[in-house]
Design a binder for this molecule. Structure first.
Ligand code: DC
Length: 224
């Protein structure tokens, strides 16, 4: 029987991680786990309850009393905060603009990483994020570090926003993506870096299918 491996997919915003990870998971019959959604869920609740995002202590108190649930569905992963479906709300411009600030707190990361490790413990998972190969699943059988040019990533986010009915401008997205890259890569707690044993995949000129096929063939080698 094929091994139920762990697949870690890391990389900056807009590299195509979630779209491609979803296809890979579906193809292998694995569970897809979008860890960015967990940082977004915390940010969303903090904004809703009026907690200062730089106040790591109060944020932690809030998180310890929050139930975050990820649920696979036909339309992708659904996210519930305290029983409410926040899957769309966590993609708002406001949450997107503030999530890096929340993700920079080491205490918040520690709690979410603990939850992520548990979710992946049984194997058969494709998990995407920024620190999956380096911190969350250091023993993952397959690690991919996915990237693409800032221009291409802004273009993709723009199309994505249009689909979701969120207004956006490519120029503004480029600036935001570059800033988020900088914050995610330069933060002290688990910065965005490629794990030593990760395979680099540049998706700038790859279609979604080409990128998914490349990962699937690497995965199948590890599953025998
Ligand atoms: O992938 P995304 O855009 O939904 O991620 C939202 C934010 O959360 C992003 O700024 C980086 C952060 N993040 C992180 O620090 N670690 C993860 N494992 C996943 C996301």
């Amino acid at each position: 029987m094929a091994k139920k491996i762990q697949i870690a997919i890391d990389g900056p915003a807009g590299a195509g991680k979630s779209t491609i990870a979803k296809i890979v998971a579906e193809n292998l019959g694995f569970t897809y786990i979008d860890t960015g959604a967990m940082y977004r869920a915390v940010t969303y609740k903090a904004i809703e309850t009026g907690i200062q995002l730089e106040d790591a202590v109060t944020l932690e108190e809030m998180l310890r009393e929050t139930e975050i649930k990820l649920q696979p569905s036909n339309e992708g992963q659904l996210v519930f905060v305290d029983g409410n479906d926040v899957s769309a709300a966590i993609r708002s411009n406001e949450v997107t603009a503030h999530v890096s600030q929340v993700a920079a707190h080491a205490n918040i990361r520690e709690i979410l990483v603990g939850m992520q490790k548990q979710l992946a413990a049984a194997g058969g998972v494709v998990m995407d994020g920024r620190d999956i190969g380096t911190h969350v699943l250091p023993a993952a059988e397959l690690k991919i570090f996915m990237s693409a040019s800032v221009e291409e990533r802004a273009r993709r986010r723009h199309l994505d926003n249009e689909k979701r009915g969120i207004s956006s401008s490519i120029e503004k997205l480029k600036e935001e993506i570059a800033l988020r890259d900088k914050m995610d890569s330069e933060r002290e707690a688990s910065p965005l870096i490629q794990a030593k044993d990760a395979i680099f995949l540049d998706t700038t000129s790859l279609t979604i299918d080409e990128a998914a096929t490349a990962i699937l063939s690497l995965a199948k080698e590890k599953m025998v």
